[in-house]
Design a protein around this ligand. Structure first.
Ligand SMILES: Nc1ncnc2c1ncn2[C@@H]1O[C@H](COP(=O)(O)OP(=O)(O)OP(=O)(O)O)[C@@H](O)[C@H]1O
Length: 244
């Protein structure tokens, strides 16, 4: 059976002025899997996520998301994607519930269980508290709730566990796994917490010098008995620097 791809980019380039951030970059994420996207600060992860969600237009190259071209068919795709990119912005004077209601109206979704979603991300007891009073971790939890409440097929999450306490990290890990297992959602996420990546991702891709230099399943990587993701990542990055 042929592989069903949630995301496929080929020969992707993105420059900001003279700064070529993505250079002949190819990424392939299989449907119904969790993919960890790794790279040092400034490697281009967020830029890639913004292209995949139509927030940036590539300089050159192909970008297919859920079988459609992001540049020409963006509006058809966006309702099937949930994303958390950069610092999430909310209506500060409104509650978590009200923020989600506005998001649902914007996404043109009539029915969604706000209570259940808030409970899944551990915000069930925030009631009428305005978001301006939320801690960093609470904001992150609300951003995850917003990304998933319209039941997207694909979640694109830039450092989703940033600011979460260890309990929250485990809760989100279980939540992401259950979305994939029970609802066949695809998740592409970035994280600098490599232990977390190892816990959750089935496949990882490493971006270095603007291109995805390695894509590998963790299962394959772990065949070597002494596999260590940190060492593996650092060796790839070092190789990239030596070749730059
Ligand atoms: N709007 C922009 N205008 C100009 N340069 C930009 C813009 N957005 C990103 N860049 C540059 O693109 C490069 C990649 O940035 P990006 O945010 O994609 O990296 P990242 O891998 O997400 O890094 P981090 O791990 O620090 O979040 C950086 O050199 C950054 O300065």
């Amino acid at each position: 059976m042929s592989t069903e791809w949630a995301i496929r980019t080929k020969g992707l380039y993105k420059s900001f002025g003279k700064n070529e951030v993505l250079c002949n970059c190819s990424l392939a994420v299989e449907r119904g899997t969790i993919y960890g996207f790794l790279g040092i600060n400034g490697a281009g992860k967020t830029t890639m996520f913004k292209i995949l969600t139509g927030l940036l237009i590539p300089t050159k190259g192909e970008v297919q998301v859920l079988g459609k071209d992001v540049v020409t068919q963006k509006t058809d795709i966006l309702k099937h994607i949930g994303s958390l990119i950069d610092m999430p912005v909310f209506y500060e004077h409104l509650s978590a519930r009200e923020n989600l209601e506005i998001h649902l109206a914007y996404m043109d979704v009539e029915r969604a269980d706000i209570e259940e979603t808030l409970s899944k991300v551990g915000l069930q007891r925030t009631e009428n508290q305005p978001v301006s009073e939320f801690s960093l971790g609470m904001r992150q939890r609300l951003a995850i709730a917003r990304a998933m409440i319209h039941q997207p097929q694909l979640l694109i999450l830039d450092e989703p566990v940033n600011g979460l306490d260890p309990v929250g990290i485990r809760e989100m890990r279980d939540l992401f796994k259950s979305l994939v297992e029970n609802h066949k959602v695809t998740i592409l996420f970035s994280s600098h917490i490599l232990s977390e990546v190892e816990h959750i991702a089935e496949k990882i891709g490493v971006i270095s010098n603007g291109t995805v230099v390695r894509e590998m399943t963790l299962h394959e990587l772990k065949k070597g008995s002494s596999f260590n993701l940190e060492e593996y990542f650092i060796s790839i990055v070092k190789e990239g620097k030596d070749n730059a």
